[in-house]
Structure formats: C-alpha cells, structure tokens
Design a protein around this ligand. Structure first.
Ligand SMILES: [Zn+2]
Length: 158
C-alpha cells in the first residue's frame, strides 16, 4: 500500500505493485504512473489523506472549506485538459475515463475538483481542447478579465 497503516486497510487503496509516484520532468515535476492497465469505467483506486482547511500544493477539494492532503498518491496526479481519470470527492474513488495502458501517467482535470487552485499555471498537455491557462472552476480566466476591462462583450473562454 502506498498509504501508511494509519489510514486502514481498504482493498481499493493503491498498491506498490500497481502505482508509483515518480519524477516525470522538470516542467511538471512528479506524477503518478500506473504499472497495470485499466478499462474505461473501472474504479482504479481509493484515495486517503489528511483533512485540512486550507488549499495547499497537493490538496484536493472535498468541500469549499475542506481539502484532502494526500502526499502519498492523489496529491501527485498531473493535470491534463483531456484527463484519463476522474475523481469522486464524496467516496474518494478514482475512475478510469478511458482505457489506460500500463506504464501511463494518471491525468486528472484540476478544475474537476478545485474551485480555486493553489497556483494557476500555463498548460502544455497538448490536447486539442487544451485551455492553455489553468484555473480553478470558480476562478475567472485572466483573458476574460482583460476583455471585460476593455468593455467588450462576454465571451466563453476554454
Ligand atoms: Zn491543457
């Protein structure tokens, strides 16, 4: 198990044989890789961690004022605008959004769980629908602010 014993022994907890937190590259730092394949729709793991009341690097939002601090597994999921996993912050399951091959990185969309990001950042995921600049789901895209200030009509930014 990637989680220490204090979190209990859920059979869905990630095992060292199936997952690892590894250094990917200078641009994104560490990520989570899976050593086995998963089918689309499959629950691949359950998350655990410490409940905290502020946004930190490596936290995932549970409610607007509670966040999961998981420095063992889910805190290292990388972002993609075309993610291969989805997170359920009610039952803490992680589900494959499409078939995932062995030796793949796990990518979530940070805006799926986060109202506000610890830090906004430029995205280089390469997806055709890449939003370019990643914010939380309740944060306003800087381009939209600039456009509002210049008096132009509202436009949808992706
Ligand atoms: Zn992107």
């Amino acid at each position: 198990m990637l989680y220490p014993d204090q979190f209990g022994k859920d059979p869905l907890f990630p095992k060292h044989s199936d997952f690892a937190v590894v250094y990917k590259d200078e641009l994104v730092g560490q990520g989570v890789i899976t050593y086995r394949s998963f089918r689309q729709g499959e629950v691949i793991a359950r998350m655990a961690g410490h409940i905290v009341h502020e946004i930190r690097q490596h936290t995932l939002q549970i409610t607007p004022d509670t966040h999961l601090f998981d420095p063992y597994f889910s805190g290292y999921f990388l972002h993609s605008c075309a993610p291969n996993i989805s997170l359920n912050m009610v039952d803490f399951t992680v589900t494959a959004l499409r078939d995932i091959a062995a030796n793949s990185y796990l990518y979530m969309d940070y805006a799926e769980t986060e109202d506000v990001l610890f830090k906004q950042f430029p995205c280089s995921c390469g997806a055709p629908n890449c939003r370019g600049w990643i914010t939380g789901r309740r944060e306003i895209h800087p381009a939209a602010i600039a456009q509002r200030q210049s008096g132009q009509s509202n436009q949808v930014f992706r």
